[in-house]
Design a protein around this ligand. Structure first.
Ligand SMILES: Cc1cc2nc3c(=O)[nH]c(=O)nc-3n(C[C@H](O)[C@H](O)[C@H](O)COP(=O)(O)O)c2cc1C
Length: 175
């Protein structure tokens, strides 16, 4: 049975597993259930599936990323500044405020995606370590879209590592 608490980052996937386009859409549809501030829904999904698309983005990632090399799809979550009313005429201050708000919506969406893929039988890993400045150029995206994070998705080829958590007593205070 699906258990929210058993998720782990998976960094090695079974090779040659294809996720069909309808299933990708179903995953994204389920991700849309995530909350966002004022329901602005600023997050857009750019799904890298073909070998040629993966080859184009691969240089943006450090060499030692088996999950990027073995995943069935690599999804870039991008925040759309236009969802927060940003236009070419917006001030730096307005853009900064919108960017900060979008990063919160984006973080919530990343976690939604990490869990939703498991409902569809896959595992995933969030990947923040890539060259974000170059991404828009490689994907031919305008600058209203800001990179949040990438997520690798596939069928697991290992169990993932156990990552300890801090002592719970050290991270909360009841006031
Ligand atoms: C914002 C963010 C960025 C991350 N970036 C990377 C990354 O670049 N490479 C990677 O292998 N894992 C990355 N991770 C996964 C974390 O390392 C992982 O979630 C953490 O070690 C806890 O392990 P767990 O997910 O298995 O519980 C990232 C996770 C988050 C939330």
């Amino acid at each position: 049975m699906f258990n929210l608490l058993t998720r782990k980052s998976i960094r090695k996937y079974q090779p040659n597993i294809t996720i069909d386009d309808q299933q990708i859409e179903n995953i994204i549809k389920d991700c849309q259930k995530a909350p966002s501030a004022r329901n602005r829904q600023p997050i857009k999904f750019y799904v890298v599936k073909s070998k040629s698309a993966l080859q184009a983005v691969r240089p943006l990632f450090p060499e030692n990323f088996p999950h990027v090399d073995t995943c069935s799809i690599l999804v870039f979550l991008m925040g759309d500044l236009r969802s927060y009313g940003i236009t070419d005429a917006s001030s730096e201050n307005e853009i900064d405020k919108a960017r900060n708000a979008i990063l919160v919506d984006g973080g919530i969406m990343v976690n939604q995606m990490l869990q939703v893929v498991r409902l569809h039988g896959y595992e995933a890993c969030a990947v923040g370590n890539f060259q974000k400045v170059q991404l828009n150029g490689v994907l031919n995206l305008d600058n209203f879209l800001i990179p949040i994070l990438a997520v690798t998705i596939g069928l697991p080829d290992d169990e993932g590592k156990p990552y300890d958590r801090l002592d719970v007593k050290d991270i909360y205070k009841i006031l």
